[in-house]
Design a protein around this ligand. Structure first.
Ligand code: FES
Length: 167
């Protein structure tokens, strides 16, 4: 026995189908964005080796350059250079991101001779204490981020950036 589909039913099925298709087209990029870091090699939880020997670290921050291999950007993979400011605080190794929390320029240790023992951002005279705390009265509104740190074979390995744990 065949059941006849009325014109009204046909239209409502067609609209549901179209609506469902449009909803999935909008949701898929959001789902992909949410799970992408988990799918990516070099994402969450991975530590990148640096050329920095732990034994050579002191209490004075030094610039450590390192390379993130095969960083995925859409379909494109490339090596990305990165930098950290690394020093010892007692037994702990601290690694700060050089990205200024004002507008993203690069900070450097004692970059301004007028302000010893501070990180300095030349773009708008941003200043940070050695623990990464932004100095009130200068443009940055938050402290420098840190990298997760681990030691392997006597060398410093750096992970993802995390909010400053020292201030
Ligand atoms: S970007 Fe660093 S002070 Fe403005």
């Amino acid at each position: 026995m065949s059941k006849k589909v009325t014109r009204r039913q046909f239209l409502s099925y067609a609209l549901m189908g179209t609506g469902g298709f449009m909803a999935s087209a909008m949701l898929m990029p959001m789902v992909r964005f949410a799970i992408d870091p988990v799918l990516q090699a070099g994402g969450e939880g991975e530590f990148i080796p640096t050329p920095q020997k732990v034994d050579d670290l002191t209490a004075t921050p030094i610039r450590v350059d390192f390379t993130v291999k095969d960083r995925k950007d859409g379909w494109y993979k490339s090596d990305v250079s990165n930098t950290a400011w690394v020093f010892k605080e007692g037994d702990e190794i601290i690694a700060f991101s050089p990205v200024c929390k004002h507008l993203g320029c690069t900070v450097s240790w004692e970059g301004d001779p007028a302000h010893k023992n501070e990180f300095f951002c030349p773009c708008h005279n941003g200043r940070y204490e050695k623990n990464g705390k932004n100095i009130p009265g200068s443009p940055p509104l938050g402290p420098l981020d840190q990298f997760e740190v681990k030691v392997e074979g006597g060398y410093v390995y750096l992970g993802k950036t995390i909010p400053n744990t020292l201030v």
